[in-house]
Design a protein around this ligand. Structure first.
Ligand SMILES: N[C@@H](CCC(=O)N[C@@H](CS)C(=O)NCC(=O)O)C(=O)O
Length: 200
């Protein structure tokens, strides 16, 4: 039995759930947890010493994390082709770009929800958002031809990162001035696996 520690709001968990659906693996159980940097759920701490989700618990080996490791593991388990050798470094760099967007966007939510108000620092939040905008600009300027190729792990990660911006930062209007990325996202978001994993 394989169990994924998950939350319906997490973009990192969504990457894993999309991989499960895209590769037809329906034998992985989802266990929902509530965890924050200040209150780590015990089952998360037991599976991942740095206390983050997703973590994947397996009967035949230790739990694995983080989302990049889990997605690659599940791709191998299904003998799927989400990491094509012909452009493996581009695929992994695109996934890293998406994860960087998610990291900055998730941290910004924690800053507002988890940190006490007297410790919040707007310039730091602005600096996190600058990371997001630089990454989005790079996607628009340099990554569109890759994004228009066959679906790989980089595409899935970018789709989840953009979905998270819509979910948690709708006021930021990431689409303005990024027409190519906007059109790509609209099409990608219509995939069955993306529609089935909309953040809640
Ligand atoms: N690099 C990790 C990041 C995972 C992550 O930040 N997950 C968030 C939920 S979206 C979390 O568990 N946060 C709790 C914490 O930071 O302690 C991955 O790719 O899985």
């Amino acid at each position: 039995m394989i169990t994924l520690l998950s939350s319906p709001a997490s973009p990192f968990v969504r990457k894993v759930r999309v991989v499960l659906l895209e590769t037809g693996q329906d034998d992985v159980a989802l266990q929902e947890v509530t965890t924050t940097p200040m209150a780590t759920a015990p089952e998360v701490a037991a599976a991942n010493p740095v206390g983050k989700i997703p973590a994947l618990m397996r009967d035949d080996g230790p739990a694995i994390y983080d989302s990049r490791v889990i997605c690659r593991y599940l791709n191998a388990r299904a003998a799927a082709d989400l990491y094509p050798e012909s452009h493996i470094w581009e695929t992994l760099t695109l996934e890293a770009t998406a994860d960087g967007i998610m990291d900055a966007a998730v941290i910004s939510v924690y800053e507002k929800r988890v940190r006490p108000e007297e410790f919040r620092y707007q310039p730091w939040l602005d600096a996190q958002w600058a990371k997001v905008t630089h990454a989005l600009d790079a996607l628009e300027a340099r990554w569109m031809s890759h994004l228009h190729g066959p679906v790989d792990m980089g595409h899935i990660a970018i789709g989840c990162a953009l979905g998270y911006l819509d979910f948690r930062h709708p006021d930021k209007d990431w689409r303005t001035g990024r027409d190519s990325l906007t059109a790509w996202e609209a099409k990608f978001a219509d995939r069955a696996a993306m529609r089935a994993t909309l953040p809640l």
